[in-house]
Design a binder for this molecule. Structure first.
Ligand SMILES: [Fe+2]
Length: 158
């Protein structure tokens, strides 16, 4: 059993999962900071509504940053913890100097779409590795964020 880690997963699979989870973590961190930027910089008639909503989003993203990092540790690996690495690893790009409410909401929508895409990729790897813990976490996030996408699209089509 030397090729399994402390939770009974194959070391090779755990390494592959941790790598994918670190990519996801990097995306959550860049996305988090983008939404924090929208919260600070948004202007216009919807300021109060959007300023509060963006805080709700980034608070949730930050909670997931911690959960994803701790899943990596649970698998016996180390979470990436430098912003310089996040920038390199993240599929989501930094979004700077955005003020317009609609543009900010579109940035949130695009971020969630990318996060969901990454989590589907993670889910496929986790399923192949019989890693129910990672698969369940990714599945929960996907279901929750798909609903958020519906709401963001409803907002944008008003
Ligand atoms: Fe604030």
């Amino acid at each position: 059993m030397s090729d399994t880690n402390s939770i009974g997963l194959h070391e090779g699979s755990a390494t592959q999962l941790a790598e994918k989870l670190n990519h996801l973590l990097a995306n959550y961190q860049i996305f988090y900071m983008n939404v924090r930027g929208y919260h600070w910089n948004v202007r216009g008639n919807d300021f109060f509504e959007l300023h509060a909503k963006f805080e709700e989003f980034y608070t949730d993203l930050l909670a997931k940053v911690d959960e994803v990092a701790e899943r990596i540790l649970t698998l016996g690996h180390k979470p990436v913890h430098a912003y310089s690495d996040y920038v390199t690893l993240s599929r989501i790009q930094e979004d700077k100097d955005v003020h317009d409410g609609t543009t900010c909401v579109k940035g949130v929508l695009k971020g969630y779409q990318t996060i969901i895409e990454l989590q589907r990729e993670l889910l496929a790897i986790a399923s192949d590795a019989d890693d129910e813990g990672t698969a369940a976490q990714a599945g929960d996030y996907i279901r929750e964020q798909e609903k958020t996408i519906w709401m963001l699209n409803a907002y944008l089509s008003k």
